[in-house]
Write a protein of this length. Structure first.
Length: 312
């Protein structure tokens, strides 16, 4: 079973506008509010595809109760710890022919006791899990190596960890004694980690970048190539996972959906090819839907068959 971790969940609010007018009133008739945060997108996709999971993290206040109610409505199993602060809201204004303006709250500030309470809860949930996904930013108040501590706790119970983080939290995961099974950096995150320019379209150079000693001990590295699919390193093997041309409706959440595919296939003990094809399919299916972190399971087999794995 998969345990999905979202330490800083949100109510994601989408405001579609034909035109965003500045310094005046904009009236909205169609509002979408979902249980958001990268890990909850992972949860929703895995649930829609019938894979067992539990979603966890930290919630608080009325907004936290709203998030749990939405998860209940969707039938997604969850088990969070709670704090005496409000969880956050994140607003996306979709306007002017494809533009997206986002307003993201930082969220609550956790105490050391809040962090310790979550770790104790996490340890209990690990007894039910075989794969953990850790997604998104850490709340304020927690140290950048908090995910490293979680990865070490998981390792004591032989639970695999997929880490989708950035900045100091990702760097800490790469330099720790106990490392995650898989990371999914994008082009900019790779450049920041290595302090060199990175061109995701130059596959030979990308292959060289992923051989940097910084990545020693990381079994899987998955780098999105956008419309070209992904470049993947698994141990000493390198692949391009090529995808067909598709009609993109909403690309937001496609990285989280890709992560859901990776987690499901790895949890199933699938072959390299199936892991990559599953991940590319879930990512594609999300981009074809208006709702973020959503896929149509009836389309899975068709698009799975159209993914091509090319050894590099």
């Amino acid at each position: 079973m998969i345990l999905t971790v979202t330490m800083n969940p949100s109510i994601d609010i989408a405001y579609p506008l034909e035109h965003l007018a500045i310094d005046t009133v904009n009236r909205i008739t169609d509002v979408r509010k979902t249980a958001g945060g990268k890990g909850l997108n992972v949860s929703r996709v895995a649930h829609l595809l019938g894979h067992p999971l539990i979603a966890t993290g930290v919630l608080g206040g009325n907004f936290g109760r709203f998030i749990e109610a939405r998860l209940d409505e969707d039938g997604i199993a969850h088990d969070f710890t709670h704090i005496d602060q409000e969880s956050r809201q994140c607003i996306a204004i979709l306007h002017d022919g494809g533009n997206q303006t986002e307003i993201l709250e930082a969220g609550p500030t956790l105490s050391e006791a809040d962090g310790e309470a979550f770790l104790a809860h996490f340890d209990q949930l690990l007894d039910t899990a075989s794969v953990v996904t850790i997604s998104g930013s850490l709340p304020r108040g927690l140290a950048p190596d908090f995910y490293v501590t979680m990865i070490a706790h998981a390792a004591t119970k032989q639970v695999k960890v997929i880490l989708d983080a950035s900045g100091a939290a990702l760097k800490a995961g790469l330099t720790a004694a106990v490392k995650p099974l898989l990371i999914k950096p994008n082009e900019d995150e790779l450049a920041a980690l290595l302090d060199v320019p990175v061109d995701k379209h130059d596959l030979p150079a990308l292959k060289q970048h992923l051989q940097d000693p910084l990545f020693d001990g990381i079994e899987w590295i998955v780098v999105s190539l956008g419309a070209a699919g992904a470049f993947v390193k698994h141990n000493d093997h390198y692949y391009q996972a090529a995808i067909p041309k598709i009609n993109v409706v909403n690309p937001v959440g496609s990285g989280d959906s890709t992560l859901a595919g990776l987690a499901m296939a790895i949890d199933d003990g699938a072959s390299d090819e199936t892991v990559m094809k599953t991940a590319m399919t879930t990512g594609m299916l999300n981009t074809m839907e208006a709702e973020t972190g959503f896929v149509d399971p009836t389309r899975f087999d068709d698009y799975f068959a159209q993914v091509t794995i090319i050894p590099q």
